[in-house]
Unconditional design. Structure first.
Length: 134
């Protein structure tokens, strides 16, 4: 549940099946509902190099299941995510890992989920296994 790509070290902090309803954080917003399920993933990133990383030099990509189905993040996720949510922030060398949270809509039947971890300039796709539905 961890992987280093270049100078960036990724650690899966949590992955959670949220069911088919995302409760709105306020009465002025609507719940998000799906016929499938929502998954929240939290991955921490740490700079193991000697200098700051670029802003947007890293991120989390799509979820992929064991049948190679690809699932992106939900649209307009901001009200359901922590604020701030520092995905892609410039990382200082050896500072405490920074947690990035994303929410995905995934087929109920999906198993063997993994998340793409992205570092600017990498050639091949890299993934972290999630720790459920294996």
């Amino acid at each position: 549940y961890e992987k280093q790509i270049g100078n960036i070290y990724f650690i899966l902090e949590s992955s959670e099946d949220l069911g088919n309803v995302l409760k709105a954080p306020s009465q002025y917003q609507q719940d998000l509902v799906t016929t499938e399920k929502f998954i929240r993933v939290v991955v921490a990133a740490q700079n193991k190099g000697k200098i700051n990383t670029e802003s947007y030099g890293w991120d989390l990509g799509n979820l992929v299941d064991s049948d190679e189905r690809i699932f992106g993040t939900i649209s307009n996720p901001h009200s359901f995510l922590p604020n701030p949510n520092p995905c892609g922030i410039s990382l200082k060398p050896e500072f405490y890992p920074v947690a990035c949270t994303k929410i995905y809509e995934v087929a109920k039947i999906s198993k063997g989920l993994k998340i793409e971890v992205i570092v600017k300039g990498q050639k091949d796709k890299e993934f972290l296994d999630l720790n459920f539905n294996q």
